[in-house]
Design a protein around this ligand. Structure first.
Ligand code: SIN
Length: 293
């Protein structure tokens, strides 16, 4: 046997930037096969650099999605366990499909800008979303770069948020979401107890790349600690408007087989929505991150 035959097979794939704001596509990597340590290290660097990775043309099973996601850290389960995939409860079904009068998934996940699970003490490091069924029209996901948003924050706002904490709550817009989507279930007392409010720095330091990022969102951030209500509301509105400007955004137009992996520590995201008569179904896995500092 030659030495070449003993050498580990190099996994060949390309990483191509998608926009000036953020994002890169990973082309030519088949995630049904084990990812070598070298390939994983390259993906890790690319994720830190581009914040959103789009793995094209993936034909993986939910179990394979869970296994690949778990290489990045422990998986988190969503409080709406009604929408977990029965055979793979770490997978959240994101879907607008109603079958026999019942929603099969969370149809309005992401209708407000947010960072996943920021209402937890340890919010999400990142999330994977794998396309299962895509609408012919719409259904895009938008990502906004919060490192750049921080970097370009006007000096007056930067001074106003210096050293401040903000409160995050899963319940902030829950009633509003139920009003818009009457199928959204009432939360049980156990579910409410599982999502107490938490506090995080408004400007966090990314634990891996060391860069600062804004960390507030219209979906989950309720108030700035130690500010009067009117000042807190005005400051948050200014931050929400600043952080989601067009120049910070990459708009992902889904292709069949896409699996997108974003960094919740450096981007906000938003589901743009699609017409009600168009079916959309994706599988999400979410990885636990650090307590923001
Ligand atoms: C989410 O916010 O996790 C879902 C995003 C989407 O459906 O595009």
């Amino acid at each position: 046997m030659t030495l070449a035959a003993l050498a580990p097979v190099q996994q060949q794939f390309d990483i191509r930037p998608l926009s000036d704001a953020l994002g890169a596509e990973v082309v030519g990597l088949d995630l049904t096969a084990p990812v070598s340590n070298d390939a994983f290290a390259r993906l890790h660097r690319a994720h830190l650099q581009h914040h959103v990775l789009v793995f094209r043309d993936q034909r993986i099973t939910p179990a394979q999605q869970v296994a690949f996601s778990a290489r990045w850290g422990p998986l988190q389960r969503h409080v709406l366990h009604q929408f977990a995939l029965p055979e793979q409860p770490e997978v959240l079904i994101v879907s607008n499909i109603v079958e026999n009068g019942k929603p099969i998934g969370l149809g309005d996940a992401g209708v407000f800008w947010h960072s996943d699970l920021s209402y937890k003490d340890k919010p999400s490091l990142g999330s994977f979303l794998h396309a299962q069924e895509l609408p012919a029209e719409g259904g895009d996901t938008l990502f906004a770069n919060q490192h750049t948003a921080w970097h370009e924050l006007p000096a007056e706002l930067a001074r106003a948020v210096q050293g401040r904490l903000a409160e995050h709550s899963y319940l902030k817009v829950y009633a509003e979401l139920q009003r818009r989507s009457p199928w959204r279930p009432d939360l049980s007392p156990e579910q409410i107890a599982a999502v107490p409010t938490t506090r995080h720095p408004i400007v966090r330091t990314h634990p891996e790349n060391g860069r600062k990022a804004l960390f507030v969102s219209e979906h989950f951030t309720t108030r700035v600690i130690d500010l009067p209500d009117d000042e807190s509301a005005a400051l948050l509105q200014a931050l929400f408007a600043h952080s989601t400007q067009e120049r910070f955004i990459y708009r992902h137009r889904w292709l069949p087989g896409d699996m997108v992996f974003w960094d919740n520590r450096s981007v906000l995201h938003l589901a743009a929505g699609c017409p009600d008569d168009q079916r959309r179904r994706l599988f999400r896995t979410t990885i636990e991150g650090d307590k923001p500092i």
